[in-house]
Write a protein of this length. Structure first.
Length: 152
């Protein structure tokens, strides 16, 4: 990927490997990216399609909503958040955000995906109210599952 942060990380891996005797390889599966459009889009980890190819069964947690700050101010802006979860290990494989500050949110989500946190870790986290990000820790029921590449 031709992104400055990727090049910096690759350089740090090279330095760790050559000069610090810590063989390190970049993890290209957990690169957070954002498109600073209107609305913003932020993604990290695996997409639903890629996860469905790599894992036997995945769960998709999805929330589409109008953030409270938009409701109170009379704005029409909406958000979409999606978590891709391995049904067996419960590990969050990918996170996707569409809406205001998606780039900021996905940077934090990248830490959780990189750390291999489970959906239960999200569920056990107290929400900050009223924020759009609270949706990430209050999606308790999967919107749907994908097994063998088919939506079930």
């Amino acid at each position: 990927m031709q992104l400055t942060p990727v090049a910096i990380h690759e350089a740090m891996c090279l330095i760790d490997t050559i000069y610090r005797d810590k063989p390190t390889k970049p993890d290209y599966d957990t690169i957070a990216t954002a498109v600073f459009s209107q609305p913003e889009l932020g993604v990290v980890g695996l997409t639903e399609c890629v996860a469905a190819e790599r894992f036997e069964e995945i769960e998709i947690y999805r929330a589409a909503f109008r953030p409270m700050k938009n409701t109170l101010s009379g704005r029409d802006g909406r958000m979409l958040m999606k978590l891709v979860v391995d049904a067996k290990s419960r590990r969050v494989l990918g996170a996707h955000v569409l809406g205001h500050d998606a780039g900021e949110l996905v940077q934090i989500l990248a830490i959780t995906v990189k750390a291999g946190l489970t959906k239960e870790a999200f569920d056990a986290t107290m929400a900050v109210h009223p924020t759009a990000a609270e949706e990430l820790v209050t999606m308790y029921t999967p919107s749907y599952r994908v097994k063998g590449g088919e939506r079930v």
